[in-house]
Design a protein around this ligand. Structure first.
Ligand SMILES: Nc1ncnc2c1ncn2[C@@H]1O[C@H](COP(=O)(O)OP(=O)(O)OP(=O)(O)O)[C@@H](O)[C@H]1O
Length: 657
């Protein structure tokens, strides 16, 4: 449902307050800390009845929007993952964050988040000291991700210091551990809770490790993302798709990350549901056959060059313009950005609080061609909710090299052709002794280089007589004496290529929480009367059935209405408690139930029923059958409330108490 006018008016009357929403969510058991009666564990949450239904409805919409509409190949792969797989993908060596400890209390902090929180608080204090108004709102609107709130103190800073802090914050995702340590010392950053010093940053791997089987010899991890399950099954998927690309596989499932210090509710948790798509495409043709269907969709884009200039202004462009100007690398990536936008707005995300932020070059993995995050604005700042990356041929190449199983597409050619390929050759006799125990990993990394990376390495060999290769989590300079990279002429009958992968990756919990913030408001007449304006497509319950009283005369009618709604696929619930009608509706406004139907004595006598719309509280009256049909049409999205008002007369009977 679009946002009704009176909702906007009411929102103005009561500005958003996170504590009110949080209290509603816990009270109504959307979710709650897991193991609460044992004291709880940070970063683990249980979803209660409305939260589970909301999540299920978001996932159902996702499945229809992506898997069904795009004819994707659905997967359900194991959560427990063999360590070799995650070693090859780079997670064992690189899926880490930098952690510091309070030297006295041992409280842990993620180093980049700590620096970010402290510097942001100092900048806020500076603004307060300079008398800048509305600091809070401005910060909430611009901060990329809010971590634990650090209290600000109104102290004015030198202009040069302000500029320096801003420069650090703009690059906060890109520092090494040593650089983070340096920043902590240079800017005298202390633990915010105690004012104690913190230790040097140490690397912490975010994967939960385990062992498979009783011997403990097979090492495994709980997967930190669902993607690897797609890559290791690539040959079967390709076969299922008759050997042709492009095609996409999709999977919904749990992922696990042992986050260092989870503090923002559902936004940073240790166990969460992801929905991931791997779209396999010919690297020479990244056009998308349905691109014309989305090319005119306007997106709010924050490209990398704007960020490098320290700005956050948005370009509103159609995705067609963004792709043709080269801002977005290719049509397939652009197609997915538009489809992500359509999905998020369909479930109720406010488009004015949604932006697509491009990764800066130093923020992207070295193999990625382009990457955009769908970020949603919440009271915690702008939150990455969907990552959408062109991962080139990296994943399939590394698994292929490691397992010696070719993960390639073979395209028969009508005519044989001579192609020029860039080929890497190692002088193994000299190479082995030169790099000793790292030699194998470096060799594997060289063999896994994509065409683009090979070109870059070839240029490096020419320029500085050595190529920079990353392996085993380290960087090596491999000299021209042991490594030659040159173009060679090769005759082909079959074109064999490793497809590139475009990966939209959705964090469902972050989307769900952002949606709750965007949907929440309080009625103008009472700040405690919260409403969740969830669209019917995701609302946990679509229709509340309210008999005026417990009178036995109503029972058969209630049973009939509830049966008819059920048979039309409308999830409904009867509230025949003793509470007043107004109270019963207010309870369901908090659960986001979009419609309510009321049965009273007139229903028994005249076979009529009223329908109430949650956001406007307006009511219409009609025959029971007509109202039931109307509810079903409204819930399917076949009819808007404005159209419904043309179909049935308004009811101005009893006011809500
Ligand atoms: N700890 C988490 N809790 C909840 N959702 C998460 C978490 N980590 C990642 N996600 C979700 O999974 C999606 C894809 O994961 P990805 O690896 O791209 O995230 P990320 O870049 O590591 O996130 P961040 O930088 O916030 O830690 C994210 O867009 C986000 O929605």
């Amino acid at each position: 449902m679009s946002q009704p006018k009176d909702q906007v008016v009411n929102k103005t009357a009561h500005p958003f307050e996170r504590p009110s929403l949080e209290s509603l969510l816990i009270r109504r058991f959307f979710f709650a800390p897991a193991f609460e009666i044992y004291g709880g564990v940070k970063g683990l949450y249980d979803y209660g009845p409305p939260g589970s239904s909301l999540q299920a409805n978001i996932l159902d919409t996702w499945r229809k929007h992506f898997i069904i509409e795009e004819e994707m190949l659905e997967l359900d792969t194991t959560i427990m993952t063999l360590s070799d797989v995650l070693k090859t993908s780079g997670h064992v060596d690189k899926f880490t964050d930098w952690m510091v400890r309070d030297v006295k209390t041992n409280e842990v902090y993620r180093a980049d988040h700590l620096i970010e929180g402290v510097l942001e608080a100092r900048l806020k204090g500076d603004k307060e000291a300079r008398g800048v108004q509305a600091v809070q709102e401005e910060e909430d609107a611009t901060a990329k991700k809010k971590k634990k709130k650090v209290k600000s103190v109104a102290v004015q800073l030198d202009d040069a210091v302000v500029a320096e802090y801003e420069a650090v914050l703009a690059k906060i995702d890109n520092y090494t551990g040593a650089q983070l340590g340096e920043l902590i010392r240079e800017h005298k950053i202390l633990a915010p809770d105690t004012g104690n010093e913190v230790t040097e940053p140490v690397e912490f791997n975010l994967m939960f490790d385990s062992s498979i089987g009783p011997t403990g010899q097979i090492k495994g991890y709980l997967r930190p993302e669902t993607a690897q399950g797609h890559f290791v099954n690539f040959n079967r998927l390709l076969d299922f798709n008759n050997g042709r690309v492009p095609f996409a596989s999709a999977q919904i499932g749990k992922s696990f990350r042992n986050e260092i210090s989870p503090r923002s509710g559902l936004l940073r948790v240790r166990e969460f549901t992801m929905a991931e798509i791997e779209h396999f495409v010919d690297p020479l043709d990244k056009s998308h056959e349905r691109f014309s269907l989305v090319k005119d969709i306007k997106l709010r884009l924050l490209p990398k060059d704007v960020q490098s200039a320290g700005r956050t202004d948005i370009s509103e462009l159609t995705i067609g313009e963004a792709v043709s100007s080269g801002m977005v690398d290719n049509e397939t990536l652009g197609y997915f950005l538009a489809r992500i936008f359509l999905f998020l707005t369909k479930i109720g995300i406010n488009p004015a609080r949604l932006r697509f932020r491009q990764h800066m070059s130093n923020e992207m993995a070295h193999y990625a061609a382009d990457c955009w995050d769908a970020e949603i604005e919440t009271s915690y700042g702008w939150i990455e909710c969907v990552g959408c990356a062109d991962r080139s041929a990296y994943d399939l190449t590394v698994h292929s090299v490691k397992t010696q199983n070719k993960l390639v597409v073979r395209q028969p050619l009508k005519e044989p052709r001579v192609v020029e390929k860039i080929v890497a050759q190692l002088d193994k006799k000299a190479f082995g002794p030169m790099f000793k125990r790292d030699a194998k990993a470096i060799e594997e990394a060289i063999l896994a280089l994509s065409d683009e990376c090979l070109k870059k390495a070839m240029a490096e060999l020419q320029e500085k007589q050595a190529a920079t290769i990353e392996a085993n989590g380290q960087t090596f300079e491999v000299p021209v004496s042991v490594l030659q990279i040159q173009p060679q002429q090769i005759k082909e009958m079959v074109r064999e290529f490793v497809p590139n992968v475009i990966e939209p990756s959705f964090g469902i919990g972050r989307i769900l929480y952002s949606l709750l913030e965007h949907s929440y408001w309080a009625r103008a007449d009472d700040v405690n009367r919260g409403v969740l304006s969830l669209p019917p497509v995701v609302a946990p319950i679509k229709c509340l059935i309210v008999p005026l009283s417990n009178n036995t005369e109503f029972k058969p009618l209630v049973a009939r209405v509830s049966h008819q709604l059920r048979s039309l696929g409308v999830a409904s619930r009867v509230d025949d408690s003793n509470a007043s009608i107004g109270k019963r509706y207010a309870r369901n406004d908090e659960l986001g139930t979009p419609y309510g139907v009321t049965l009273d004595f007139a229903s028994v006598k005249n076979n009529t029923m009223t329908i109430r719309e949650r956001d406007t509280t307006l009511q219409l009256i009609g025959s029971i059958d007509d109202v039931i049909q109307l509810v079903a049409q409204l819930c399917r999205g076949d009819l808007s409330w404005a159209e419904a008002q043309q179909k049935l007369p308004a009811y101005s009977g009893e006011q809500e108490a």
